[in-house]
Design a protein around this ligand. Structure first.
Ligand code: ADP
Ligand code: MG
Length: 353
């Protein structure tokens, strides 16, 4: 009987499929933090608190005051490819951070996940828990508003992945970076990041109160909190447009450059991105003002019709693909050059750090 020796094709069960997807969506504690904070932003939160212990390996907890999840929807939030954010008919027209419906089920597959939520207008809160893929029944809970998502013991079920995590210190550092990046893009939202490794209230690692005023004022205040007073006082407003694509933000004067590309924050439609086209454009824009071994500090936001940029390239969504890379590049180069020339800095100039 030949067929007895042939490989059998079998459908993976949901838990196994989730564990595999989790490998892409949740690589490290900071990727879970990113997904959870993005969910809170999507839920229109005005204050978001993030707590973690042991570099996020034993605990990540994100608390928001957003619109919450209706009790009868809690099991759906944990099921794969279930999302309230798109209907699947228009994958190019995405306005929210989330859209895959994969983050929560993935986390539930590789850790102990509890969601407590009170939907706007609901009389009470409810809680659902999932442990290693097993979903427990919804039960009543106490919460005044919003959502608390708690992820404990990430990767406890997959020791092989646990081994690949770095020290608590570097995982904590990565969590801090992720939160700061997201906080830059949302200056009207208040953020608090706590390390609760020792238990209790823990230690505040980062705090950014909600910034008031119009977007530029709020952004400037937020950048002062995150990038420092020196940056705030030595940067100029950039505000440009090209073929319907806009560029806004702050960029350092050549007098405030750095020895490495450590403070270059770029966003597309509010999403932090790392993109070669944009980094190259940044370098080109400053080439008349800075020597090759100096790097500007920038926090720049490109906005365009979501159809002009494909964010569906990578699950962690740090990569994007422009339909017209030339327009994005041109916008950055000309917008920055114009702003810098206006500030009267024509020659390459001096130093910071
Ligand atoms: P996605 O964000 O891609 O939709 P997720 O797995 O991250 O997928 O979340 C699934 C769904 O759960 C979301 O579409 C949203 O409806 C709901 N949800 C998740 N987190 C929150 C939150 N903090 N507040 C309100 N709703 C949430
Ligand atoms: Mg999400």
């Amino acid at each position: 009987n030949i067929s007895a020796n042939l490989p059998q094709i079998r459908q993976l069960d949901e838990a196994a499929a989730n564990r595999i997807a989790a490998g892409e969506v949740v690589e490290r504690p900071c990727s879970a933090v990113k997904e959870l904070v993005e969910n809170a932003i999507d839920a229109q939160a005005t204050r978001i608190e993030i707590a973690y212990a042991d570099g996020g390996k034993t605990l990540i907890r994100v608390t928001d005051d957003g619109h919450g999840i209706a009790q009868d929807q809690l099991p759906l939030a944990l099921s794969r490819h279930a999302t309230s954010k798109i209907d699947g008919s228009d994958l190019l027209n995405i306005h929210t951070f989330g859209f895959r419906g994969e983050a929560l089920p993935s986390m539930g597959a590789v850790g102990r996940l509890t969601i407590t939520s009170r939907a706007l207008g609901a009389e009470s809160a409810a809680q659902i828990a999932v442990n290693g893929g097993d979903i427990e029944p919804v039960r009543p809970a106490a919460l005044a508003k919003g959502t608390i998502v708690e992820l404990r013991d990430l990767f406890h079920a997959t020791p092989a992945r646990l081994k690949f995590l770095r020290t608590d210190r570097s995982e904590s550092q990565a969590i801090g970076d992720v939160v700061k990046r997201l906080a830059m893009a949302e200056p009207h939202i208040g953020f608090i990041l706590r390390d609760v490794s020792g238990g209790g209230e823990g230690r505040i690692v980062f705090r950014a109160d909600p910034c008031n005023g119009d977007l530029f004022e709020a952004l400037h205040a937020r950048l002062r909190t995150i990038l420092g007073k020196e940056f705030a006082e030595n940067s100029i407003l950039v505000d440009a447009e090209r073929e319907g694509m806009t560029l806004t933000g702050y960029a350092s004067l050549p007098t405030y450059s750095r020895g490495a590309a450590v403070a270059q924050y770029l966003f597309i439609n509010g999403r932090p991105v790392k993109d070669k086209v944009l980094i190259g454009a940044l370098r080109a824009a400053y080439s008349d003002f800075l020597s090759r071994d100096r790097y500007p500090a920038v926090a720049l936001f490109i906005e365009c019709d979501p159809e002009r940029v494909d964010v569906n390239v990578h699950p962690a969504k740090a990569e994007v693909r422009f339909r017209e890379p030339g327009v994005a590049r041109g916008l950055l180069v000309s917008g920055l050059r114009y702003a810098l020339a206006g500030a009267g800095h024509r020659a390459s100039s001096t130093v910071a750090d």
